[in-house]
Design a protein around this ligand. Structure first.
Ligand SMILES: [Zn+2]
Length: 190
């Protein structure tokens, strides 16, 4: 359990979400992983960009459409360069477009491994204040990550919440999925 004080805690995913897609080569639904590579097609004045996924069983590829028939002048030069260089951060940004991806595949597996980077900002606080943030969102539930941060059981966390011992700003339910950066205050139990 972390002690009273103020902390910045970053949720760092260690992988990108896998997609369930029908693989034509395997002839069944299979888990495709993000290759972190783009396919860029330029035809006359228009550009198409896809993010390439690969079947974990047979290496068959599936392309996630990112930009379709965009005029060359309309595409930001810096972003174009990132596509051409297979910039990893850019690939991850698209690989975490979970709502978009859900529209084009059977299922997005958001049960991915992650690590927490905990930085103590101030130890003089009497309560425990946490700024919780992540560069990528992936359906992680607040109660799951809070149990992990505080090192407590589900029932203890529920008890603390029932006693108004856990406040969030903006206010969200403990069982909700993380959608934005949060300030969390954990008050000591009486
Ligand atoms: Zn396959």
């Amino acid at each position: 359990m972390i002690l009273p004080g103020e902390y910045r805690i970053e949720i760092i995913p260690l992988e990108t979400p896998k997609l369930q897609i029908h693989c034509h080569r395997c002839k069944k639904s299979a888990a495709f992983y993000c290759s972190e590579k783009f396919r860029v097609n330029a035809q006359q004045k228009h550009i198409d960009v896809w993010l390439i996924y690969k079947c974990g069983q047979c290496d068959n590829t599936w392309n996630y459409p990112i930009l379709s028939r965009i005029h060359t002048h309309a595409l930001d030069k810096n972003l174009h360069r990132k596509f051409m260089n297979n910039d990893r951060e850019t690939a991850w940004r698209y690989a975490f477009q979970i709502d978009q991806l859900r529209k084009v595949c059977h299922e997005v597996d958001t049960d991915i491994s992650y690590t927490l980077k905990i930085e103590a900002v101030d130890r003089k606080e009497e309560s425990c204040k946490i700024f919780l943030f992540s560069p990528y969102l992936f359906d992680l539930r607040l109660d799951k990550v809070l149990r992990q941060i505080l090192g407590i059981s589900r029932s203890k966390l529920e008890h603390m919440a029932d006693c108004n011992g856990i406040l969030t700003n903006p206010p969200v339910r403990l069982n909700s999925k993380l959608k934005e950066d949060l300030w969390i205050t954990v008050l000591p139990l009486e």
